[in-house]
Design a protein around this ligand. Structure first.
Ligand SMILES: O=C(O)[C@H](O)[C@@H](O)[C@H](O)[C@H](O)COP(=O)(O)O
Length: 235
């Protein structure tokens, strides 16, 4: 895989080994922040990739009652939908020791993300900002979070000086309307991880590391940040 020199790619033999290591890293970030400030928060991505990681994280030995977390992004669907990232979190992460953490979902009963935004921003005040860490995923189209190619608010979401932490997003490849943390909020985290699995994602990452506009493959905005994410990959 060709990478810019400053990018650190950790390769693992399989998903279980990757999950255990990433869960340990996230737990260390949280412990460090709790030691400094008493509480800590993080954000995770949804999709299909993070199931093993969620399971591994849920068993970490942490003072979970001091932890609050949210999603990096969410599809604007009910939690009964199997497209709901909150549903995935409740099934695979918010259980065992981790059930003592506070989970702030990124969707509510409002008909649209625009109408739900105010209440979500209020709910997010329960988190400790900036985040101790955030774990991103990546789609085959080069999106990360809900930074989709062709996203109607992509420019705003990727603006390093943007004042908003949470934005609705609609895009041709996104399916439902989405809601997403913005780039500055993610980059402000103490640590940022990009978790990808499989040969296709490896090829997508290689393309993203080439020159080209971030609007075409928005994950580039993260990869080109002054402090890029640590990349976790397995076949
Ligand atoms: O809600 C979402 O879709 C995600 O948070 C999204 O950004 C995800 O990380 C990628 O689409 C990868 O998804 P997969 O893990 O399903 O490939």
């Amino acid at each position: 895989m060709s990478t810019a020199p400053e990018l650190h790619v950790e390769r693992f033999a399989d998903s279980a080994t990757l999950a255990a290591t990433l869960a340990g890293r996230v737990a260390s970030c949280l412990r460090e922040r709790i030691a400094r400030g008493g509480t800590a928060s993080f954000a995770v991505s949804g999709g299909r990739t993070p199931v093993h990681f969620f399971e591994a994280l849920s068993t970490q030995d942490l003072p979970w009652a001091k932890v609050a977390f949210t999603l990096v992004d969410e599809r604007w669907v009910r939690e009964t939908s199997d497209r709901s990232n909150a549903r995935l979190v409740r099934q695979h992460l918010l259980k065992g020791p981790a059930a003592a953490a506070k989970f702030v979902p990124l969707a509510n009963d409002a008909p649209t993300p625009e109408e739900g935004l105010f209440a979500l921003n209020e709910a997010l005040e329960a988190l400790t900002w900036p985040l101790a860490c955030a774990v991103l995923g990546m789609g085959d189209d080069g999106h990360t979070a809900s930074f989709f190619p062709g996203g109607d608010r992509l420019e705003e979401a990727l603006d390093p000086e943007g004042g908003l932490g949470l934005l609705p997003m609609r895009a041709p490849g996104a399916g439902e309307p989405r809601i997403t943390l913005t780039l500055p909020v993610l980059l402000a985290a103490d640590a940022l991880f990009l978790h990808i699995e499989g040969e296709e994602k490896r090829r997508v990452l290689a393309r993203a590391l080439d020159e080209g506009p971030a609007s075409e493959m928005p994950v580039r905005a993260v990869l080109r940040a002054p402090r890029p994410p640590e990349i976790f990959w397995c076949p």
